[in-house]
Write a protein that binds this ligand. Structure first.
Ligand code: DQQ
Length: 483
């Protein structure tokens, strides 16, 4: 295991809240995924990392590799701030490209008071991604003169024709979120073109998109173009906005806007095109408990499972977990369908589960109770509310620990006539990922405090649910010395 080779040590592997098949660093803090790249047969993933503690701090690029999107090996830190250089305040988010055989990281170098100076920098590797050399021309991109910007960071770079294009997350002061577009012949010399897209922060239909956009992702999908931005709304990281639209003459014309994930704990995603042509989405799930609890745990931040994006015939986004995750499946349970009473327990339990369940469409709420203690003192509800056509996760009673955040979250899921509710759930200790009908996802952190909060039961308040079938697997652990 490379983990041992590089002398990294893992925080308490028996921590009941530490995910065991999701990617996370051996210890300390992680936020945004950075620079996913398929290189010589392996998926490489970088991430924002503070190796000094379980809190945001001097940003490094942590690094790991996987042959299959499931098993991961930790590699040495790829980028660290260099004193006296454009990244002396931190190596913030960015991407990676193949530049004619040279793997190149394109990241945000920050410096100055309160990280105000944000500029694009380059680093390349000549030893198969083990070590990186910062480019002597750094920084290679600065904000365009004369624009009053709120931020200038998180480059997203792609090749188009005979040029490189760079989209940078920003905000136009007094107006709203913006993505700025640059062009270059060689990744080193860049010309500013114009905003690729910008939106007034006062526009709220169907969603407000805030005053600054972080981590832009711009890519073609099924004949359209998609722009993802992590929106800062009223001064704080909010949610991931997903625009679908047209790309003409280097301008993006949005035609539809939705929330990418309907949970409260998903942010700063980045995508990659894999060798099979799939658009893979990586995202950061922050903690849903107090900073003091994060300090006590010694780690914070989890990578959500890899998801495959597609464009559906109706123009909406399709979103589903990568099929490779089936490699984690262990003990299997298959339950027949039929009417199930509210709170009826299934012969399935655990903190590391994959559950597939289909419910007949009904006039009342139907779904599942998860991580349920025998008396129902702790439980998390996942259900469909047909009155509001919403998929909902209720973590009000997920934990008796006051350090864990509660709340009810959800988002629109319009089921067609006679379309069953298809739930696809992944539970991994403190992270719950809910996928529904191949087009909606919801990421949520939960911290049940009781060792017996393991049950799975039906949710059908005031009646019975018509379950078509349910299948469940206990899932394996990918980290050494785990539970
Ligand atoms: N996180 C990075 C920034 C980015 C933000 C800093 C988004 O580059 O804008 O850690 O979470």
């Amino acid at each position: 295991m490379i983990l041992k080779r590089f002398g990294l040590s893992v925080v308490d592997p028996f921590d009941p809240h530490r995910p065991q098949y999701h990617f996370l660093p051996p210890a300390n803090w992680m936020n945004d995924p950075n620079g996913p790249i398929f290189w010589q047969g392996c998926y490489h993933l970088f991430y924002q990392h503070n190796p000094e503690g379980p809190r945001w701090g001097p940003m490094h690029w942590g690094h790991a590799a996987s042959p299959d999107l499931v098993q991961w090996e930790h590699l040495p830190i790829a980028l660290a701030p260099t004193p006296g250089s454009p990244d002396e305040g931190g190596c913030w988010s960015g991407c990676a490209v193949h530049d004619g055989g040279v793997p190149t990281l394109i990241y945000t170098g920050v410096s100055g008071e309160r990280f105000q100076v944000q500029r694009t920098c380059l680093a390349t590797s000549a030893d198969g991604l083990l070590t990186f050399h910062k480019h002597p021309a750094n920084p290679v991109t600065e904000p365009p003169p004369g624009m009053d910007l709120v931020g200038f960071r998180d480059p997203c770079v792609w090749r188009e024709g005979d040029a490189w294009y760079q989209a940078i997350g920003s905000g136009i002061r007094g107006f709203g979120g913006a993505v700025l577009l640059y062009r270059s012949p060689d990744l080193v010399h860049w010309d500013y073109l114009h905003p690729l897209c910008a939106r007034n922060s006062r526009e709220a239909d169907p969603l407000p998109t805030g005053e600054m956009w972080e981590c832009p992702q711009f890519f073609p999908l099924g004949g359209r173009h998609v722009l993802l931005v992590s929106a800062i709304v009223e001064g704080r990281p909010g949610y991931v906005a997903c625009f679908v639209g047209r790309y003409e003459k280097q301008q993006f014309i949005p035609e539809a806007l939705r929330r990418l994930d309907h949970g409260p704990d998903y942010y700063a995603p980045i995508t990659q095109l894999d060798p099979a042509g799939r658009r893979i989405l990586w995202g950061w799930s922050w903690e849903g408990r107090s900073p003091a609890a994060q300090e006590a745990a010694g780690w914070a931040g989890v990578m959500a499972l890899p998801r495959i994006l597609s464009l559906r015939p109706d123009g909406d986004l399709g979103i589903a977990p990568a099929p490779e995750l089936a490699a984690l499946r262990g003990r299997h349970r298959q339950l027949g369908g039929g009417a199930v009473d509210d709170a009826e327990e299934f012969d399935v339990s655990g903190e590391r589960l994959e559950i597939l369940a289909e419910f007949e469409p009904q006039a009342r709420e139907v779904g599942l109770r998860l991580r349920r203690s025998p008396g129902g003192e702790e439980e998390t509800l996942v259900y469909y509310d047909p009155k509001s056509s919403r998929l909902v996760v209720d973590r009000e009673r997920a934990s008796l620990d006051p350090a864990a955040y509660a709340g009810v979250h959800g988002g629109p899921l319009a089921l067609g006539r006679d379309e069953p509710l298809r739930l696809h759930l992944f539970l991994d200790h403190s992270i719950l990922e809910v996928y529904a009908n191949e087009r909606v996802s919801l990421t949520e952190r939960i911290y049940p405090s009781r060792a017996d909060s393991l049950g799975v039961a039906a949710y059908a308040p005031g009646g019975r649910a018509s379950l078509l079938w349910l299948e469940a697997w206990e899932l394996g652990a990918i980290w050494e010395g785990t539970l």
